[in-house]
Design a protein around this ligand. Structure first.
Ligand SMILES: Cc1ncc(COP(=O)(O)O)c(C=O)c1O
Length: 398
C-alpha cells in the first residue's frame, strides 16, 4: 500500500533552514524560520519559564491526562491576556476557549468548529498570508478566497483594495486577519482600519477569525491586541487562534488556545462542547507541560512581571534591529528601506527578486525565503554589516 506514495518536496521554510545549518561558511546568516533569536543567535528560554519549570517539577504529582479543553487556569489566563482583563464580552460570559497544541492547533480547532457550523464555509485570507494557513484550515474542508493586502510597490497595506475585496464576504464567510506582526509582511492595520473592518463585518455579517501568534512582539502586549479587542467589543462573534510559542518561548511545548467570542453564554457553552469534541476527534487531549508553565507565568504576579519585562526587552530589541537595519542598508545601497522601520514583529519583505534572494544564498550564505521575507530577529551585532554589504552587492549585480 505504501508503495503508492511518492516522496514530497521539503517544506520550503524548514528546508532552507536545514540548508543553512549544513552550510560550512562561518559568516552564514539564517533569516529563515520565524523563531526569536537573541544577540548570540540562540532562541532562549524565558527566565520566568525556567523558574516556573523548576517549581512545576518539584510539585507535579501526576501525568494523568488533561481534559480535552486543557488546563482551566491556563484558559482563564489566556482569555484575559488576549481579550484584556476588562473585556465586556468576558464579563458577560460570552467567551469560551480551549487549550490547544500551539497556535496551529488553535487554528485547526477553530476551523473544525467553523466547519461544524457551516460545512465548506469560505475563509478569506490575505494576499500574502502565512502559507501554513491553507493546509491547516483547508484540510478540514473549508474553502478559500483571497483579499488583497500587501502592496509591494508601497511596502504597505493596500487598505482600499482589502476593503473592496472583503466587501464580497457575507454571512457564513470567515475573514482571517493577523492580529499583529503580519506574517510574512510585517505590515499591520492601524486602529482606524480595524474599526473599518468591524463596520464592514457589522454590515456584511461575516465572522472575523484572528490569528494572533506574536502578541507582545510588535509594540507591546496591550497595543498588539488592540485591533482584535476592538472587534470583540463591537461584534457578536469572533474566533481567535492564540499562540504561546513566540511570546512565552514555548515553541516545542506546543502551547496555544482557541478562543470563541459568541453572542450569548448559552452559545459559548454550545461552542465549547463542539470544540472539545473536535479536539477529541483530532488529538484527544492537549499536551500539558507548556500550558502548565504558561499558566504559572501568567497567573503568578512575580513571574508575570519577570516575563513581561523580558518580553518588552525582546520587543525593543526587534524594533532596534529594524532601525539599525534601515541605516546599514541605506549605507550599502541606494534604495529606501525605511519601510522596515514602519513594520512590526519578526518579519519583513526586503523587496528583492527571487533571483536576488537565491544569489544571496549562493554567493554570500545569507538565507532568506525566495520572497525575500526575513526574520528580523535573526539579525545581530555580529552579522548586520555582513548582511547589509551582501544585499548591497547583490543589488549592484555582484
Ligand atoms: C501567523 C502564524 N500563525 C500561527 C502560528 C502558529 O504557531 P505555533 O503552532 O508554533 O504556536 C505561526 C507560527 O509561526 C504563525 O507565524
Amino acid at each position: 500500500m505504501l508503495d503508492a506514495l511518492d516522496k514530497l518536496p521539503d517544506d520550503p521554510i524548514l528546508g532552507l533552514a536545514a540548508a543553512c545549518r549544513a552550510d560550512p561558511n562561518p559568516q552564514k546568516v539564517d533569516l529563515t524560520v520565524g523563531i526569536y533569536m537573541n544577540e548570540e543567535g540562540v532562541c532562549p528560554v524565558f527566565d520566568a519559564v525556567q523558574l516556573a519549570q523548576r517549581a512545576l517539577i518539584e510539585s507535579e504529582t501526576t501525568k494523568a491526562y488533561l481534559p480535552p479543553a486543557g488546563d482551566a487556569d491556563f484558559n482563564r489566563a489566556m482569555q484575559a491576556l488576549v481579550l484584556g482583563a476588562g473585556s465586556t464580552a468576558l464579563a458577560a460570559g460570552r467567551v469560551t476557549s480551549i487549550q490547544t497544541p500551539g497556535g496551529c492547533g488553535a487554528l485547526r480547532i477553530g476551523a473544525e468548529v467553523i466547519h461544524a457550523a457551516a460545512p465548506g464555509a469560505t475563509v478569506w485570507v490575505s494576499d500574502p498570508t502565512w502559507p501554513v494557513h491553507i493546509p491547516l484550515l483547508g484540510s478540514v474542508g473549508l474553502k478559500f478566497e483571497t483579499y488583497r493586502y500587501y502592496e509591494p510597490a508601497s511596502h504597505g497595506v493596500n487598505f482600499s483594495a482589502m476593503l473592496e475585496d472583503i466587501r464580497r464576504a457575507g454571512k457564513g464567510d470567515v475573514v482571517l486577519l493577523h492580529g499583529c506582526c503580519h506574517n510574512p509582511c510585517g505590515a499591520d492595520l492601524s486602529l482606524e482600519q480595524w474599526a473599518e473592518v468591524a463596520t464592514l463585518a457589522e454590515q456584511q455579517g461575516f465572522t472575523p477569525m484572528v490569528d494572533i501568534a506574536y502578541q507582545g512582539l510588535g509594540d507591546g502586549l496591550e497595543q498588539d491586541a488592540a485591533g482584535l479587542r476592538l472587534l470583540v467589543e463591537r461584534l457578536p462573534e469572533v474566533i481567535i487562534a492564540a499562540s504561546c510559542s513566540k511570546n512565552l518561548g514555548l515553541y516545542r511545548e506546543r502551547t496555544g488556545a482557541s478562543l470563541f467570542v459568541t453572542d450569548s453564554p448559552a452559545r459559548a457553552d454550545a461552542v465549547l462542547s463542539q470544540a472539545q469534541v473536535a479536539a477529541r476527534r483530532v488529538y484527544s487531549m492537549p499536551p500539558a507541560h507548556g500550558a502548565l508553565l504558561a499558566g504559572r507565568v501568567l497567573n503568578d504576579p512575580d513571574l508575570r512581571e519577570n516575563w513581561e519585562s523580558e518580553l518588552q526587552a525582546m520587543c525593543r530589541r526587534i524594533n532596534g534591529l529594524r532601525t539599525s537595519l534601515v541605516s546599514k542598508l541605506q549605507q550599502c545601497t541606494d534604495r529606501d528601506f525605511g519601510f522596515i522601520e514602519r513594520e512590526k514583529g519578526m518579519f519583513s519583505f526586503l523587496g528583492l527578486t527571487p533571483e536576488q534572494a537565491q544569489c544571496l544564498r549562493r554567493e554570500h550564505s545569507v538565507y532568506m525565503l525566495d520572497s525575500s521575507r526575513i526574520n528580523v530577529a535573526g539579525v545581530n551585532g555580529a552579522n548586520i554589516d555582513y548582511l547589509a554589504e551582501a544585499v548591497g552587492k547583490v543589488l549592484q549585480g555582484h
